[in-house]
Design a protein around this ligand. Structure first.
Ligand code: PMP
Length: 360
């Protein structure tokens, strides 16, 4: 069979992989440890029974966007929804990046920002964070002045470091960006402040969010952005007709009727995050302050990969970042249920107490 070569600019690109390994305790993909409320599932089943399946869904997803807008105190025309916040990012990049345009990231950060930018044909300019993973504003300003990126990314809380970008940093970058500033807040509800408060019609700022984490709906694949209305209109150039199916529109709208339940889950996760952090501080590992539902840590004097394997041998799966650029030796653990977190801490204590994985 003759193979057809892929696009020239894709030859050097690999797909984005997040290995799905089976383990009793899965703390590797930053999902919510709890399912959505049973009342939400019942309400969804009841509405799905009334869907006219032979008809296309509402193309503009008006009801869903109105409900999201109401949550954030903005009109529906400042909201764009898509199949996961990854598709929101893709739509943004197809609209504002692309060939002969630059996209700026500050590494280490969420790998999909650079990856999707490259898929759009844009050139990615990687700024470096400081050793403690905070942003050096002077260096960032220089990079923006030199590269003139059409799109600049911040991720707050940042995946995989967990650090929250201070408001002053976001405001300062807003003064410097020559194009659009995208603040990815996939983990925004776990953090003490949100850039949503800075969104205005005449500011080139969008904030992206997801239903995958705090809303316990990773399986639904639903995300959105809040930004200026003119920008939301521009995105329509790129979106496929009826890109949001009826199930997703209903699922998202109904979820927004359970804000109090969501906030309770967030509080529990934050309390557990603090408990895990305190315990990690008593172990021979470095940690970073997290405003998210996960914690980055680095075993001292140990090979990160070997510790990851030791945890997996005890049926605890965390994310192995140890081979990623700038994250040598680091692992990332998602906050789970109290029982899962206990299992993780016990397994980690056990692995670190053993001789295996001690680096030379
Ligand atoms: N942004 C960040 C920072 C993430 O960590 C993730 C999920 N790993 C996403 C966006 C994408 O989430 P989703 O497509 O499920 O909304």
């Amino acid at each position: 069979m003759t193979r057809v070569p892929v696009r020239d600019d894709l030859q050097a690109l690999e797909g984005y992989h997040s290995p799905q390994v089976s383990a009793a305790v899965r703390l590797n993909t930053n999902e919510s440890p709890e399912p959505p409320p049973a009342a939400w599932r019942d309400a969804l089943a009841a509405e799905l029974a009334r869907v006219e399946w032979h008809r296309y869904p509402d193309r503009s997803a008006r009801d869903l966007r109105e409900a999201i807008g109401a949550l954030h105190g903005v009109p529906a025309d400042q909201v764009f929804a898509a199949n996961g916040s990854n598709e929101v990012l893709q739509t943004l990049l197809l609209t504002f990046a692309g060939p002969r345009r630059a996209v700026a990231t500050f590494e280490p950060t969420y790998q999909l920002h650079g990856h999707i930018a490259r898929l759009s044909g844009a050139t990615v300019v990687e700024g470096e964070r400081q050793g403690d993973f905070t942003l050096d504003l002077a260096a960032a300003t220089r990079l923006l002045a030199e590269a003139r990126p059409a799109v600049t990314f911040l991720c707050s809380p940042n995946n995989p470091t967990g650090l929250v970008e201070p408001e002053a940093t976001v405001r300062a970058l807003l003064d410097e960006v020559p194009g659009l500033l995208v603040v990815d807040e996939a983990y925004g509800q776990f953090a003490p402040w949100s850039a949503l408060s800075l969104v205005e019609e005449d500011r080139p700022l969008v904030v992206t969010r997801t239903f995958s984490k705090t809303w316990s709906m990773a399986a639904a694949r639903l995300g959105y952005l809040v930004g200026p209305a003119w920008l939301v209109t521009e995105l329509e150039r790129v979106t496929l007709p009826y890109h949001l199916d009826a199930t997703k529109q209903i699922a998202g709208r109904l979820a927004l009727g359970f804000v109090a339940e969501m906030e309770t889950r967030v509080k529990q996760v934050v309390a557990e995050r603090e408990r895990i952090t305190r315990t990690l501080q008593e172990l021979p590992v470095d940690t970073w302050p997290s405003g998210a539902n996960f914690i980055l840590f680095r075993p001292r004097d140990r090979d990160g990969r070997a510790v990851w394997q030791g945890l997996l041998d005890r049926s605890v799966l965390v994310r192995d970042c140890s081979g990623w650029p700038r994250l040598s030796g680091c692992l990332r653990v998602t906050v789970g249920t109290p029982a899962e977190n206990d299992a993780f801490l016990a397994a980690l204590g056990d692995v670190l107490a053993g001789e295996g994985g001690r680096s030379a």
